[in-house]
Design a protein around this ligand. Structure first.
Ligand SMILES: N[C@@H](CCC(=O)N[C@@H](CS)C(=O)NCC(=O)O)C(=O)O
Length: 208
């Protein structure tokens, strides 16, 4: 991309909701803004919804092939593209809801001073999450490939990274470690330089 970009971390605290609503209708982050830097600096294009933003940005950046710094994250071939969306939808509807219950109980609630985790909620969510992890384990095992679509990293994989990290933060790493293919996939994703950089950039408050 022949342009500059900056990342602004807005506080996610409830009292700052009105500030966030200036940028996004529900006051939720992330939001993508493109400014008219040659004109009056006004926003000329904006987008909400993390998965839509990631797909848009991945297509804006000219890919250089398989290099870690710039892989082709959105496949061109129509079947691969459909499979990418299949996994992105799986992540949104079959993985995130269960993972978030665990993360809320074990990480966010204590951090916000809202009491101890309810372990029965964690156990119920873990059971459902395990079914989804089994689907991923089968996909990786049966294909013998490193990534969900095959030999290359795509958005099908990247969407899971914050949640894999979150499961470790919630002391549920065993759910990943007990599945060899999921464990190798998860460790490979979390060790990527790009993810380490995101973790460095974000603060504890950003995750709260
Ligand atoms: N559907 C949105 C949801 C985004 C979302 O829930 N963002 C959280 C932070 S991860 C947020 O802004 N929370 C503040 C709030 O709900 O007021 C997306 O997928 O991008």
């Amino acid at each position: 991309m022949d342009t500059d970009f900056s990342l602004n971390l807005l506080s996610l605290r409830p009292e700052n909701k009105d500030v966030r609503k200036k940028y996004s209708p529900l006051g939720k982050m992330p939001i993508w803004h493109e400014l008219d830097i040659n004109g009056d600096g006004e926003v000329q294009f904006s987008l909400t919804e993390a998965r839509a933003i990631s797909e848009y940005v991945a297509q804006l950046v000219p890919a250089s092939g398989t290099a870690e710094n710039c892989p082709v994250l959105v496949p061109e071939e129509v079947e691969d593209l459909a499979r990418m969306h299949q996994w992105m939808n799986f992540e949104t509807t079959e993985f995130y809801p269960h993972m978030f219950k665990i993360y809320w109980e074990r990480v966010l609630k204590p951090r916000k001073g809202l009491g101890d985790p309810i372990e029965s909620v964690v156990a119920d969510a873990s059971k459902l999450l395990e079914q989804s992890l089994d689907v991923i384990e089968s996909q990786l095992k049966d294909s013998g490939k490193s990534y969900l679509l095959g030999d290359s990293l795509t958005l099908a994989d990247t969407g899971f990274v914050p949640y894999l990290e979150g499961l470790h933060m919630a002391k549920c790493g065993d759910l990943l470690e007990s599945r060899p293919c999921v464990n190798a996939w998860s460790n490979g994703l979390r060790e990527r330089q790009s993810w380490r950089k995101i973790l460095e950039m974000t603060t504890k408050e950003c995750f709260a």
